[in-house]
Write a protein of this length. Structure first.
Length: 281
Protein backbone atom coordinates (compact mmCIF):
# COMPACT_ATOMS: atom_id res chain seq x y z
CA UNK A 1 0.00 0.00 0.00
CA UNK A 2 1.20 3.50 -0.75
CA UNK A 3 2.71 5.55 2.00
CA UNK A 4 0.49 8.39 3.20
CA UNK A 5 1.75 11.98 3.54
CA UNK A 6 2.49 11.45 7.26
CA UNK A 7 2.74 8.45 9.62
CA UNK A 8 0.14 9.96 11.97
CA UNK A 9 -2.40 10.39 9.19
CA UNK A 10 -1.71 6.86 7.96
CA UNK A 11 -2.33 5.43 11.43
CA UNK A 12 -5.57 7.42 11.79
CA UNK A 13 -6.88 6.15 8.43
CA UNK A 14 -5.85 2.59 9.25
CA UNK A 15 -7.62 2.81 12.63
CA UNK A 16 -10.79 4.19 11.01
CA UNK A 17 -10.76 1.44 8.39
CA UNK A 18 -10.20 -1.29 10.97
CA UNK A 19 -13.11 0.04 13.05
CA UNK A 20 -15.52 0.11 10.10
CA UNK A 21 -17.39 -3.09 9.34
CA UNK A 22 -16.63 -5.02 6.17
CA UNK A 23 -19.46 -4.81 3.63
CA UNK A 24 -17.80 -6.70 0.74
CA UNK A 25 -15.21 -9.44 1.21
CA UNK A 26 -13.62 -11.05 -1.86
CA UNK A 27 -11.56 -14.11 -0.94
CA UNK A 28 -9.24 -15.98 -3.32
CA UNK A 29 -11.63 -15.25 -6.20
CA UNK A 30 -11.11 -17.00 -9.54
CA UNK A 31 -12.95 -17.10 -12.85
CA UNK A 32 -12.26 -19.39 -15.78
CA UNK A 33 -14.01 -19.40 -19.16
CA UNK A 34 -14.15 -21.98 -21.93
CA UNK A 35 -13.95 -20.71 -25.49
CA UNK A 36 -13.58 -22.85 -28.62
CA UNK A 37 -12.72 -25.84 -26.48
CA UNK A 38 -9.98 -24.02 -24.61
CA UNK A 39 -10.01 -22.81 -21.03
CA UNK A 40 -8.55 -19.46 -20.11
CA UNK A 41 -8.22 -17.79 -16.74
CA UNK A 42 -9.79 -14.33 -16.49
CA UNK A 43 -9.35 -13.75 -12.72
CA UNK A 44 -6.94 -15.56 -10.44
CA UNK A 45 -6.67 -15.55 -6.62
CA UNK A 46 -8.02 -12.03 -6.00
CA UNK A 47 -8.73 -10.99 -2.41
CA UNK A 48 -9.76 -7.61 -1.01
CA UNK A 49 -12.29 -5.99 1.32
CA UNK A 50 -14.49 -2.91 1.06
CA UNK A 51 -15.45 -1.29 4.34
CA UNK A 52 -18.62 0.58 5.26
CA UNK A 53 -18.75 3.95 3.44
CA UNK A 54 -15.62 3.37 1.35
CA UNK A 55 -15.46 4.42 -2.29
CA UNK A 56 -13.17 1.85 -3.90
CA UNK A 57 -12.16 1.85 -7.57
CA UNK A 58 -11.11 -1.28 -9.46
CA UNK A 59 -8.53 -0.18 -12.02
CA UNK A 60 -6.59 -2.09 -14.63
CA UNK A 61 -5.92 -2.61 -18.34
CA UNK A 62 -8.62 -3.82 -20.70
CA UNK A 63 -9.33 -7.54 -20.28
CA UNK A 64 -7.97 -7.80 -16.72
CA UNK A 65 -11.31 -8.95 -15.28
CA UNK A 66 -12.59 -5.77 -13.59
CA UNK A 67 -16.17 -6.09 -14.83
CA UNK A 68 -16.03 -9.86 -14.34
CA UNK A 69 -15.21 -9.36 -10.66
CA UNK A 70 -18.00 -6.79 -10.31
CA UNK A 71 -20.52 -9.14 -11.93
CA UNK A 72 -19.50 -11.93 -9.57
CA UNK A 73 -19.91 -9.59 -6.59
CA UNK A 74 -23.37 -8.69 -7.93
CA UNK A 75 -24.28 -12.37 -8.26
CA UNK A 76 -24.73 -12.04 -12.02
CA UNK A 77 -21.89 -14.41 -12.86
CA UNK A 78 -20.86 -17.68 -11.15
CA UNK A 79 -17.44 -18.02 -9.56
CA UNK A 80 -14.92 -20.67 -10.55
CA UNK A 81 -13.23 -20.51 -7.18
CA UNK A 82 -13.05 -18.53 -3.96
CA UNK A 83 -15.77 -16.78 -1.98
CA UNK A 84 -17.60 -13.46 -2.00
CA UNK A 85 -19.36 -12.23 1.13
CA UNK A 86 -21.68 -9.26 1.50
CA UNK A 87 -22.29 -8.45 5.16
CA UNK A 88 -20.93 -11.93 6.02
CA UNK A 89 -23.50 -13.64 3.76
CA UNK A 90 -22.19 -15.66 0.80
CA UNK A 91 -23.20 -14.17 -2.55
CA UNK A 92 -25.40 -16.59 -4.49
CA UNK A 93 -25.52 -16.37 -8.28
CA UNK A 94 -28.90 -15.23 -9.54
CA UNK A 95 -30.17 -14.11 -6.14
CA UNK A 96 -31.08 -10.42 -5.83
CA UNK A 97 -29.72 -8.63 -2.78
CA UNK A 98 -31.94 -5.64 -1.89
CA UNK A 99 -28.99 -3.92 -0.18
CA UNK A 100 -27.08 -3.78 -3.48
CA UNK A 101 -27.65 -1.47 -6.45
CA UNK A 102 -25.95 -1.83 -9.86
CA UNK A 103 -25.26 0.90 -12.42
CA UNK A 104 -24.33 -0.50 -15.83
CA UNK A 105 -22.04 0.84 -18.55
CA UNK A 106 -25.03 1.82 -20.69
CA UNK A 107 -28.00 3.73 -19.35
CA UNK A 108 -30.52 0.97 -20.29
CA UNK A 109 -33.45 3.38 -19.99
CA UNK A 110 -36.90 2.43 -21.23
CA UNK A 111 -37.42 4.62 -24.34
CA UNK A 112 -41.20 4.65 -23.91
CA UNK A 113 -41.00 5.99 -20.34
CA UNK A 114 -40.41 9.59 -19.29
CA UNK A 115 -37.58 10.65 -16.99
CA UNK A 116 -39.78 10.44 -13.90
CA UNK A 117 -41.28 7.12 -15.02
CA UNK A 118 -37.82 5.65 -15.59
CA UNK A 119 -36.53 6.86 -12.22
CA UNK A 120 -39.60 5.57 -10.41
CA UNK A 121 -39.68 2.16 -12.10
CA UNK A 122 -38.12 0.23 -9.22
CA UNK A 123 -40.43 1.87 -6.69
CA UNK A 124 -43.37 0.98 -8.87
CA UNK A 125 -42.29 -2.67 -9.02
CA UNK A 126 -41.84 -2.62 -5.23
CA UNK A 127 -45.44 -1.51 -4.86
CA UNK A 128 -44.74 1.82 -3.16
CA UNK A 129 -47.88 3.99 -2.83
CA UNK A 130 -48.29 6.50 -5.66
CA UNK A 131 -48.01 9.60 -3.45
CA UNK A 132 -44.78 8.39 -1.78
CA UNK A 133 -43.40 7.35 -5.14
CA UNK A 134 -44.11 10.79 -6.60
CA UNK A 135 -42.42 12.52 -3.67
CA UNK A 136 -39.26 10.45 -3.92
CA UNK A 137 -39.09 10.74 -7.70
CA UNK A 138 -39.45 14.55 -7.52
CA UNK A 139 -36.61 14.69 -4.99
CA UNK A 140 -34.42 12.46 -7.19
CA UNK A 141 -35.10 14.60 -10.28
CA UNK A 142 -33.99 17.69 -8.34
CA UNK A 143 -30.86 16.04 -6.90
CA UNK A 144 -29.79 14.96 -10.38
CA UNK A 145 -30.19 18.46 -11.80
CA UNK A 146 -33.00 17.36 -14.11
CA UNK A 147 -35.65 19.85 -13.02
CA UNK A 148 -37.74 20.76 -16.07
CA UNK A 149 -37.07 17.42 -17.79
CA UNK A 150 -39.31 15.14 -15.71
CA UNK A 151 -41.72 14.64 -18.61
CA UNK A 152 -39.02 14.22 -21.26
CA UNK A 153 -38.32 10.92 -23.00
CA UNK A 154 -34.77 9.48 -23.25
CA UNK A 155 -34.48 10.40 -26.95
CA UNK A 156 -34.81 14.08 -25.94
CA UNK A 157 -31.88 13.95 -23.50
CA UNK A 158 -28.11 14.28 -23.83
CA UNK A 159 -25.86 11.33 -22.95
CA UNK A 160 -24.99 12.83 -19.59
CA UNK A 161 -28.63 13.49 -18.72
CA UNK A 162 -29.56 9.91 -19.64
CA UNK A 163 -26.81 8.61 -17.38
CA UNK A 164 -28.07 10.79 -14.52
CA UNK A 165 -31.52 9.25 -14.95
CA UNK A 166 -29.98 5.76 -14.85
CA UNK A 167 -27.99 6.66 -11.72
CA UNK A 168 -31.05 8.04 -9.93
CA UNK A 169 -33.14 5.01 -10.94
CA UNK A 170 -30.69 2.93 -8.89
CA UNK A 171 -30.15 5.39 -6.03
CA UNK A 172 -33.85 6.00 -5.44
CA UNK A 173 -34.07 2.42 -4.15
CA UNK A 174 -31.63 3.52 -1.42
CA UNK A 175 -29.08 0.72 -1.82
CA UNK A 176 -26.48 0.53 0.93
CA UNK A 177 -23.89 -0.86 -1.50
CA UNK A 178 -23.44 0.55 -4.99
CA UNK A 179 -21.72 -1.38 -7.79
CA UNK A 180 -20.80 0.72 -10.85
CA UNK A 181 -19.38 -0.68 -14.08
CA UNK A 182 -17.66 2.12 -16.05
CA UNK A 183 -20.91 4.14 -16.03
CA UNK A 184 -19.30 7.24 -17.55
CA UNK A 185 -16.95 5.56 -20.02
CA UNK A 186 -18.91 6.56 -23.14
CA UNK A 187 -19.23 10.25 -22.19
CA UNK A 188 -17.12 13.15 -23.44
CA UNK A 189 -14.70 14.77 -20.99
CA UNK A 190 -16.90 17.73 -20.04
CA UNK A 191 -19.99 15.58 -19.48
CA UNK A 192 -17.93 13.03 -17.53
CA UNK A 193 -16.71 15.76 -15.16
CA UNK A 194 -20.30 16.89 -14.64
CA UNK A 195 -21.27 13.31 -13.77
CA UNK A 196 -18.32 13.10 -11.37
CA UNK A 197 -19.64 16.23 -9.64
CA UNK A 198 -23.14 14.75 -9.39
CA UNK A 199 -21.91 11.42 -8.03
CA UNK A 200 -19.54 13.03 -5.50
CA UNK A 201 -22.31 15.29 -4.19
CA UNK A 202 -24.65 12.32 -3.75
CA UNK A 203 -21.95 10.15 -2.16
CA UNK A 204 -20.88 12.91 0.26
CA UNK A 205 -24.51 13.15 1.36
CA UNK A 206 -25.43 9.44 1.50
CA UNK A 207 -22.05 7.70 2.03
CA UNK A 208 -22.95 4.47 0.29
CA UNK A 209 -20.32 1.75 0.08
CA UNK A 210 -19.15 1.91 -3.55
CA UNK A 211 -17.20 -0.49 -5.77
CA UNK A 212 -16.50 1.34 -9.03
CA UNK A 213 -14.93 -0.20 -12.14
CA UNK A 214 -12.92 2.09 -14.41
CA UNK A 215 -10.00 2.03 -16.84
CA UNK A 216 -9.47 5.80 -16.36
CA UNK A 217 -6.85 6.61 -13.72
CA UNK A 218 -7.90 10.28 -13.55
CA UNK A 219 -11.48 9.23 -12.87
CA UNK A 220 -10.38 6.80 -10.14
CA UNK A 221 -8.32 9.50 -8.39
CA UNK A 222 -11.14 12.03 -8.65
CA UNK A 223 -13.73 9.75 -7.06
CA UNK A 224 -12.17 7.02 -4.95
CA UNK A 225 -10.83 6.67 -1.43
CA UNK A 226 -8.83 3.59 -2.49
CA UNK A 227 -7.68 2.23 -5.83
CA UNK A 228 -7.22 -1.51 -6.28
CA UNK A 229 -4.93 -2.08 -9.25
CA UNK A 230 -5.30 -5.36 -11.14
CA UNK A 231 -2.63 -6.94 -13.29
CA UNK A 232 -3.01 -7.78 -16.97
CA UNK A 233 -4.90 -11.02 -17.60
CA UNK A 234 -5.23 -13.17 -15.67
CA UNK A 235 -6.37 -10.43 -13.32
CA UNK A 236 -4.57 -10.54 -10.00
CA UNK A 237 -4.39 -7.90 -7.28
CA UNK A 238 -1.19 -6.01 -7.99
CA UNK A 239 -1.37 -3.06 -5.57
CA UNK A 240 -3.81 -1.32 -3.24
CA UNK A 241 -3.43 2.46 -3.07
CA UNK A 242 -4.80 4.92 -0.52
CA UNK A 243 -6.07 8.13 -2.17
CA UNK A 244 -5.28 10.69 0.54
CA UNK A 245 -6.89 13.66 -1.22
CA UNK A 246 -9.08 15.86 0.97
CA UNK A 247 -12.86 15.86 0.58
CA UNK A 248 -15.15 17.31 -0.56
CA UNK A 249 -13.52 17.24 -3.99
CA UNK A 250 -14.13 19.45 -6.98
CA UNK A 251 -13.67 17.26 -10.11
CA UNK A 252 -11.84 20.04 -11.96
CA UNK A 253 -9.84 21.65 -9.15
CA UNK A 254 -8.67 18.31 -7.70
CA UNK A 255 -6.71 17.59 -10.88
CA UNK A 256 -4.62 20.70 -10.29
CA UNK A 257 -3.46 19.66 -6.81
CA UNK A 258 0.05 18.42 -6.04
CA UNK A 259 -1.29 15.24 -4.38
CA UNK A 260 -3.31 14.32 -7.46
CA UNK A 261 -0.21 14.74 -9.63
CA UNK A 262 1.97 12.73 -7.26
CA UNK A 263 -0.49 9.85 -7.04
CA UNK A 264 -1.14 9.90 -10.78
CA UNK A 265 2.56 9.60 -11.55
CA UNK A 266 3.11 6.80 -9.04
CA UNK A 267 0.10 4.70 -10.06
CA UNK A 268 0.59 5.38 -13.78
CA UNK A 269 4.05 3.82 -13.60
CA UNK A 270 2.60 0.60 -12.16
CA UNK A 271 -0.37 0.64 -14.56
CA UNK A 272 1.98 1.23 -17.49
CA UNK A 273 3.82 -1.99 -16.67
CA UNK A 274 0.54 -3.85 -17.12
CA UNK A 275 -0.19 -2.07 -20.41
CA UNK A 276 3.19 -3.24 -21.68
CA UNK A 277 2.43 -6.81 -20.55
CA UNK A 278 -0.86 -6.68 -22.44
CA UNK A 279 0.87 -5.58 -25.66
CA UNK A 280 3.53 -8.26 -25.25
CA UNK A 281 0.83 -10.96 -24.99
Amino acid sequence: MMAAPSPGLARARDDDRAAARTRIAVQCLAKRFNASGREFVAVDDVSFEVKQGEFVALLGPSGCGKSTILNMVAGLLPRSGGRILIDDDTVETGKVNPRVGYVFQRDTLFPWRTVEQNIGYGLEIAGLPKTERARRVASAVEKAGLTGFAQSFPRMLSGGMRQRVALMRTLILEPEILLMDEPFGALDTHTKLEMHKTLLEIWERERQTVLFVTHDLGEALTLASRIILLSARPGRLKEDFDVAIARPRDPVAVRETAEFGRLYSHIWHSLGEEFRRTRAD
